[in-house]
Structure formats: C-alpha cells, structure tokens
Design a protein around this ligand. Structure first.
Ligand SMILES: Cc1cc2nc3c(=O)[nH]c(=O)nc-3n(C[C@H](O)[C@H](O)[C@H](O)COP(=O)(O)OP(=O)(O)OC[C@H]3O[C@@H](n4cnc5c(N)ncnc54)[C@H](O)[C@@H]3O)c2cc1C
Length: 626
C-alpha cells in the first residue's frame, strides 16, 4: 500500500483516491477502484492489438460529435426567428443545414490538417526566376476550406434586414472551427464591400463590387483592412502613413508608409488609412483608400511584405508587416471622412462579426466538452455524472446562450440600419452594443474554451486530441482584434457622455422586458433591480471627463450582463425556444446579477440539470436521452 500511495502522491497518477476507498465525488456508497489497481493492463501481457480500457469510450466520443453544427444548436434558428419576426424560410433553412454540415465535415478537417502539421502560410517575396512578387503560399487544404466558406454564399448576402441574419448565421456556423484562416478574410472582405457599396464612387463600385461578392473562392476578390501602425493600434489618430495625389491618374493617390499588423496579407484589395498631405493631425485628418494588390495582375502595386508574423493564434491566416512605397490607391468616400468610413463600415462590421465569431467558438467548445463528458469515465462512471462537471458545462452553455441572444439582438439592429428603418434611438443602441457586446463576448469566449479544456483534463491540452487548443488561441486573438477591452470601454464611456446613449439603452431594455412572459416575473424583477443598482455608479462615472474613468469597465460589464439577461428572457419567452434556454436565463441572472454566498453551492447551479438537457435537434420529434 505504501508503494501505491507514494505513486499517487508523486503525481504520476490522476486517480487521487486510495484503491477501495470511496471517491469524494462518487455517488453515496459507491466504491471506486482505479483500473490500474485491478490487474495487469491488456497490453501488459503482449496483446498490443487489444484496445486499452477507455479507448473505446474515446472512439464513442468521437463518433458522437455533431456532424452538422446547424442541427446541433437549435437556439440559432430560434434566435433568428425571434429577432427576424418570422420563421426561417425553407431556402435559408436548407442553406444553413448544408453549411452546418460542410463546416463539420469539410472545413473542420481542412483546418485541422493545417494546424496539426503546422502548415501555415509562407511568404515568397520573389518567384522562381527572381521577380518581385510578394506571394503568400497556403497549404492546399486552405483552398478546400476557402471553397466551402465562399461557396456558402455569405459574401453575397444582401445588405438588408434578412441579409444581416443570413450572414450572421453562416458566420456563426463557420466559427465553430475558430478563425480557421477563413473568418478574418471573410470579415475584412465584407467590411470592404460595405464601405465601397455605401461610400465609394460609381467607378470604384463598378470595378470591385462584383469580385467582392463573388461566391467562387478562386475568382473572388479578398479584402483586408490595415489601420494599425507600429506606434499603436488603439491610437489610430497617430497614423503617419501619407497619401499624395497622383500626378497622372485621375482621382488616384500614392500611399507611402508602414503598416504593422496586416491580416489577409494575401488580399487582392487593401483598405488602408492614410493622411493626405496637408491634412490635420489626429483621426480627423485620416482618409481611407482602397489599394489593389497589383495593377497588372502580377507585379505588386508599390508594397513589400516585410515578413509574416508568427502568432499565438489564427495561425493559418497570413498576418504581415507591409511597407507601402508609392502604392496607387483610390479614396473610399470623401477624404475628410476617412476615419468615419473606417469605424462605421470596417470596424463596426468587424466588431459585430467578432461577437458572432466568439459565440461560435463558445458553442463549439461546449459541444466538444459535453460530448466528451458523456463518454469519458473516471472512477468507473461517466464524468457527466459528477455535479462539479455538470456545473462547468452549465456555465459554458449559459454563457454561450447569452452571447447568442445578445449578438442576434444586435444583428437585428444591424439589419434595420442596413434596410434604412432604424430609429435614431435604435442606432444609438447599436452604437452602444457593437462595442460593449464585443468586449464582453470575446472575454467570455476565452473563458468558455478554458473551461472546456478543463473538462477534457490533460487531453484538453493536447493539440491533435481536440480543436480546443486552437480555439483557445484564436479566442485570445479575437479579444485584441477590432479594439482592445479598455479602448472599447473608453469609447462607450465617451459615446454615453456625448450622445446620451445610456437613455437609449435603458429605454431599449425596458421595451425588451415588456415582451417577457409573466412566467419570468421573478427573473425580470432581478434584472430591473440590477439595472437600478448600476445607475448611481454609472451616473457618477459619466460625470467624469469622456473616456477617462477606469471604473467604467466594471460598470459596463454589469450593463452588458443586464442586456444579455434581458435578451435571454426574451428568448425564453419565445414559443419556439427550448427549455434549456429558460433554465440558462434563470441561472445567468442568478450568476451575474444576484449576489452569491460563499461556502455553499451557488444558487444558480439548481438550474444545471435543466440547462444541460440536450436541446431537441431541429426537425427531431423527441428529446434524445442524456
Ligand atoms: C493576429 C493579429 C492580427 C491583426 N491584424 C490586423 C489588421 O489586419 N489590421 C489592423 O489594422 N490591425 C490588426 N491587428 C492589430 C489590432 O487591431 C491591435 O493589436 C489592436 O488594435 C490594439 O493595438 P496595439 O496592439 O497597438 O495595442 P496598444 O494600442 O499598444 O495597447 C496596449 C494596451 O494598452 C491599452 N490601452 C491603450 N490605450 C488605452 C487607453 N486610452 N486607456 C486604457 N488602456 C489603453 C490597451 O487596452 C492594451 O491593453 C492585429 C492584431 C493581431 C494580434
């Protein structure tokens, strides 16, 4: 026994109970014997072709993983139906069903091959005979993933109310593979398309819109957006890249300067902020240009790719440093509105879709962890039977549900703005949420993937065992993209002071809560109380100079949690929504808006079992067994 205990204490085993003892986590009276104590392993006697105990469970886990992410997440369809105000059309349902399967069966394996074999983009500055080309080479599986992603049609969705939902739904499904070398190019292309469609001259529209909305990956034009310079990404007003009118080409400008973070370095069109000669300092003096990669189809248009960055995450995406030397570009919109073009069209699109992407990452992490917990045994039972594991999974699911709920509420506002029916107040709510929701959901994504890794135990940290390490790295990068947390919080603080956004958001919450079913009267009163409790602190913060109060970050987190709780309650009140969302909303409110006592199981966990009951897959008749 002494030898056994010393082995246990040395950390070489994860079974931290003495053989024959009752595990503290096992059901009452159940005696647990670790497998290794019971006798020699099957492979110890030379029969190496026999399966180890436990491997069969892993095989079953892999077989149980969803083969269609659209069917696996029924909340997606119901969130869309709630916010769109109508059932999914048969066309859209079929499209999402097909793409949900393609993401699982085509895109995921293609992304996985690149990551597992470290097949990341490579830079070739010169071709085989020494000509300057600045070509980025990808693994062939990158093209497989691109073909399926572009083929979904998401780049061609109309800028309309329904179009916003279609795009968000497809992008949510795609993000179940993380960034995957596809999400960033798609977001940048959509942002550039929106900028050109809304702001550019008819000539620029004629030249580029067809390519930007092409659904064939091999012929489509890919966009990118370069704002960040080495002196800072948050402080875009410090940009020193210069623009000078071209002496010969009408309406064209020559761009000179260095951009420090250039994702989609392989893009066909670069959207670039630069300061026209003679323009003033700060963001007011910035213009926004579109620069084609090449003017003749081969030779780089006045740029050098210094190097591709070796990144923590989003590794199959080519992110580089680029020097522009007399690159020929054309303005998108009036020169003195460049910063507005960059924020309203590029960054706001990216921030909205960043939240959609973070939600997809969370959803995938939950699916991985839940199916694993169903099949993985520890101390003789499936780990899903342990209350502590259930609580982790429930926590992950309620964060995912909340992010889906708030992000599809935001999608409805994007859609209304796109179709021109948004009121001034709805525009203000959009302005608040597009920043605040990105901040909260991107942090939640990292947290949820982290919890999923914990559920998988040591296996969760292994690169080829599951996609979780990749999702974790991507989620951290999503946090810094399109504005860091502090910068977004400072932006909302400024907007609340200058534009009075708080009144709009308070009214919007009240309006949303008025649609909540009386079944949730208790939960609704918790939300109302939490919002009221936040008001004095928020008012005090907003009395300080715009963008300066460090306390505002915590207050804003609280406001977003109130928004998410409200959105969840609306979803829970929707007739087509499954019971898991109702339980998630109650638990979310207890977890985030009602104080907890230490030393007891938190009150929210009383909803754990109801949260975890698998949702009815779309089209199925009954609940599958847990
Ligand atoms: C993989 C990757 C790809 C990228 N691709 C692109 C791209 O294609 N195009 C592009 O334009 N950019 C890109 N970026 C850059 C990204 O947008 C910036 O990293 C981001 O905007 C932050 O800028 P920064 O890194 O210079 O951080 P900094 O601005 O130096 O900030 C550093 C820290 O200081 C904090 N901080 C800054 N200002 C304030 C303030 N006023 N109050 C409180 N705290 C503050 C920030 O929150 C942050 O924590 C990419 C980044 C990564 C990681």
């Amino acid at each position: 026994m002494a030898a056994t205990l010393s082995l246990l204490n040395s950390g070489t085993s994860t079974n931290l109970v003495e053989p024959g003892e009752t595990s503290p986590n096992a059901s009452a009276g159940e005696t647990i014997y670790p497998d290794w104590f019971l006798g020699p392993r099957k492979d110890d006697d030379g029969t190496m072709n026999e399966e180890q105990p436990g491997r069969e469970d892993l095989i079953r886990w892999r077989a149980a993983k969803p083969s269609n992410f659209f069917r696996a997440i029924p909340q997606l369809a119901s969130s869309i139906e709630l916010r769109m105000g109508s059932p999914l059309s048969p066309r859209l349902e079929k499209e999402l069903d097909t793409f949900g399967r393609d993401v699982a069966l085509v895109i995921e394996p293609a992304v996985d091959v690149q990551e597992r074999n470290r097949e990341f983009p490579k830079l070739h500055s010169f071709d085989e005979i020494g000509r300057h080309v600045e070509r980025v080479e990808f693994h062939p599986d990158h093209d497989v993933a691109s073909k399926a992603s572009w083929g979904s049609g998401m780049l061609a969705t109309p800028l309309s109310f329904e179009g916003a939902f279609e795009l968000a739904a497809q992008f949510f499904l795609l993000s179940h593979v993380g960034e995957g070398g596809q999400a960033c190019p798609i977001v940048c292309t959509i942002g550039l398309r929106r900028a050109i469609e809304h702001r550019a001259s008819p000539e620029i529209k004629d030249r580029y819109l067809k390519g930007l909305t092409d659904t064939e990956a091999t012929t489509a034009l890919r966009g990118s957006q370069f704002l960040t310079e080495v002196q800072g990404g948050s402080d875009v007003g410090a940009n020193v890249t210069q623009a000078t009118p071209d002496a010969e080409v009408p309406d064209a400008w020559r761009i000179n300067g260095e951009k420090w973070f250039c994702s989609v370095a392989d893009a066909d069109l670069f959207a670039v902020t630069a300061r026209p000669v003679g323009a003033g300092p700060g963001t007011k003096g910035l213009a926004c240009f579109v620069i084609p990669r090449s003017l003749d189809g081969t030779t780089p248009n006045g740029f050098r790719l210094r190097r591709l960055k070796d990144k923590l995450g989003t590794r199959s995406l080519a992110s580089g440093e680029i020097d522009f030397e007399n690159a020929l570009g054309w303005p998108i919109g009036p020169l003195d509105e460049g910063f507005h073009v960059a924020v309203d069209e590029l960054l706001n699109t990216s921030r909205w879709l960043n939240a959609v992407g973070s939600t997809g990452i969370m959803s995938r992490a939950y699916l991985e962890a839940f199916t694993f917990a169903q099949h993985r045994k520890a101390f003789g039972v499936a780990i899903l039977k342990y209350q502590a594991v259930q609580n982790e999974l429930a926590r992950m699911k309620l964060e995912t549900s909340a992010a889906l709920a708030s992000t599809f509420a935001l999608t409805g506002l994007v859609g209304k703005i796109d179709e021109g029916t948004a009121t001034k107040s709805e525009r203000n709510v959009h302005r608040f949420l597009v920043n605040a929701n990105k901040y909260v959901t991107s942090i939640a994504a990292t947290d949820v993937v982290h919890r999923a890794i914990e559920v998988l135990g040591g296996n969760g940290t292994i690169e080829d065992f599951s996609p979780l390490p990749r999702l974790y790295r991507d989620a951290i990068v999503f946090e810094s993209w399109e504005g860091t947390h502090n910068v977004l919080c400072a932006q909302v603080h400024r907007d609340c002071i200058r534009l009075g956004l708080l009144n709009d958001i308070n009214e919007w919450i009240a309006q949303e809560l008025s649609h909540v079913s009386t079944t949730f009267d208790v939960e609704r009163s918790h939300v109302v109380d939490a919002l009221a409790a936040l008001q004095p602190g928020v008012s005090e913060s907003l009395a300080k100079p715009a963008g300066t109060d460090a306390n505002f970050r915590e207050l804003l987190t609280g406001l977003v949690r109130v928004v998410q709780a409200t959105c969840l309650l609306r979803e829970a009140s929707f007739s087509n929504m499954d019971a898991g969302v109702a339980a998630a909303s109650s638990a979310f409110i207890l977890l985030h808006l009602v104080n907890q006592e230490f030393g007891t199981l938190p009150e929210w966990t009383k909803h754990t079992a109801a949260i975890l009951i698998p949702s009815i897959p779309r089209g199925a008749q009954t609940h599958p067994q847990m």
